[in-house]
Write a protein that binds this ligand. Structure first.
Ligand code: NAD
Length: 482
């Protein structure tokens, strides 16, 4: 990296981008399409470099990098390209008697200059997916990737400079100092992905300028496992969504399992069996598992595992290798509810199972905690599915699978409460970076004198009937009937 990025640089950067935005550079359909196509070229021409950067930063297996970062991003760009014209077209709105004669529409207006701050665990997807929305919606954008995935951050900076219009799209690499300098500026939206502690700093900085925010955070996402299900399929999906997604370092990763005391031994048996089938007898050596991102996060996870009241609860795994930042898939049974592992988001390869006398108790356990980003349920019970979907508050709910809602562009992706605010993906990304401007077109006809003074009882009756869109009252008022 060159010289440090300071407040003066941030001021200069935002001024430059605002100049481009004000000049209308980013507003046109052609510009947006050209930038999106160039983003697609980054995916098409540089996948090997992306996979390699992700291996450097996280030891991420090629399949996970190619599919969960590059392919998902490619889909997102293609979808925006396919629907952009449609999304940009003003949406007709109904009019009423009050405004007659008139027509109305909702115009999706670009917000201006926006800031995207992303996290390290899916550094490509989490950086570029919001950028797709920002560009599609016609904004100038600054991306600040995470310093904790430095190979990915510098590759992103290099490729974006090479492929995109630098007068309106820029990358700032750096950590707290650089982000702080950026946050002092006035943005038209801040889109932040990361933890809820820093989210509070982001929101406080945004409040100074009345800047709206999207906060994509995390939380402890529960998995409720009912009995009488195809347990092998359920367990395979849990494993794929936990250890098969960055070794548990994913925002919608299963954080803990809730099942009944009777069923727990079966769940554990199948978990052990399938984990061994997937990762072998010595999973810490498996090439199909990402490593822990750095020693800070390794120590954080080790502390959870080594807590005295928890260490005796390991029923599978537990091996750690600090030199290589590896932790084996680890299952714990009935850890105390006040332990560290049950107090914080795990964000790693540890999976506690909590047992209940009756599955019914899961509602109380989940709803008594902060609202998670995702809540999962495995069951065949139709009533339970409906109750879960209606009564568990979470960013998203998936029944009989893990994490796959993220790949469905027709669903909004985002948290609620402690897991975040706002959402994106598909058209929701476009909307997240647009202002929905209300536009009403009136003619000079229909200039009813009832809204003008001097006021009278008759005018009052007429106006009330009109505002309530009550045709009968309106006719009565017109014809002076009581
Ligand atoms: P991180 O450490 O990469 O931090 C995120 C961003 O915040 C980085 O760009 C970093 O530079 C910036 N930052 C750090 N300290 C700052 C400060 N003091 N002031 C301003 N900016 C600062 O990522 P993380 O927070 O460790 O990410 C993990 C968390 O993110 C988990 O809670 C996870 O659940 C959540 N997450 C959510 C999503 C989602 O889509 N909802 C996706 C991934 C991760």
């Amino acid at each position: 990296m060159g010289k440090a990025f300071e407040s003066v640089d941030a001021i200069e950067l935002v001024t430059e981008l605002r100049r481009s935005f004000d000049a209308g550079v980013t507003r046109g359909y052609e510009w947006r399409v050209a930038q999106l196509k160039n983003l697609l070229k980054i995916c098409d021409h540089h996948e090997p470099e992306i996979v390699s950067a992700l291996r450097d930063d996280l030891g991420k297996p090629e399949l996970e990098s190619s599919v969960y970062e590059v392919a998902l991003l490619r889909n997102s760009i293609k979808l925006a390209l396919k629907h952009l014209k449609d999304w940009m077209t003003p949406e007709k709105a109904k009019t009423s008697l009050t405004t007659f004669p008139a027509s109305a529409e909702i115009v999706s207006e670009p917000l201006g200059v926006v800031l995207v701050i992303s996290a390290w665990n899916y550094p490509f997807l989490l950086s570029l997916d919001p950028v797709v929305g920002a560009i599609a919606a016609g904004n100038a954008v600054v991306l600040k990737p995470s310093e904790i995935a430095p190979a990915s951050a510098s590759l992103l900076a290099k490729l974006m400079e090479q492929y995109l219009d630098c007068s309106a799209i820029r990358v700032v690499e750096g950590a707290v100092a650089e982000t702080t300098a950026l946050l002092e500026q006035k943005w038209d939206k801040i889109f932040y992905t990361g933890n809820s502690r820093i989210a509070r700093i982001i929101m406080a900085a945004a409040a100074k300028h009345l800047t709206p925010v999207v906060l994509e955070l995390g939380g402890k996402s529960p998995v409720v496992v009912d009995s009488g299900i195809n347990l092998q399929v359920a367990v395979r999906r849990i494993i794929a969504g936990k250890w098969g997604c960055n070794n548990g370092q994913a925002c919608i990763s299963p954080d803990y399992i809730l099942t009944t005391k009777d069923y727990a031994p079966k769940v554990i048996d199948v978990l052990k069996h399938e984990l061994e089938a997937f990762y072998g007898k010595n999973p810490i050596e498996s090439k199909d598992l990402s490593r822990i991102v750095n020693s800070n996060h390794f120590d954080r996870l080790a502390k959870m595992l080594d807590e005295e009241k928890v260490s005796g609860k390991i029923v599978y795994g537990g091996q750690k290798d600090r030199a290589n930042l590896k932790i084996a898939p680890t299952i714990l049974l009935d850890v105390p509810r006040d332990s560290l592992i049950m107090s914080e988001e795990i964000f790693g390869p540890l999976l506690p199972i909590l047992t209940l006398d009756k599955l019914e108790e899961c509602f109380e356990v989940v709803n008594s905690r902060s609202k998670p980003l995702a809540a999962y349920l495995f069951t065949n019970d139709k009533k339970l599915k409906e109750r879960f979907a209606m009564n568990v508050s979470a960013g998203g709910v998936v029944v009989n699978d893990i994490a796959v809602h993220l790949a469905l562009h027709t669903l909004p992706f985002g948290g609620v409460g402690e897991s975040g605010m706002g959402s994106y993906h598909g058209k929701f990304s476009f909307d997240a970076f647009s202002h929905k401007k209300a536009v009403l077109y009136r003619s000079f006809l229909g200039d009813a004198s009832m809204r003008y003074p001097p006021y009278s009882r008759g005018k009052l009756r007429l106006l009330k009937a009109l505002v309530n869109s009550n045709l009968m009252d309106l006719l009565k008022a017109i014809f002076g009937l009581s």
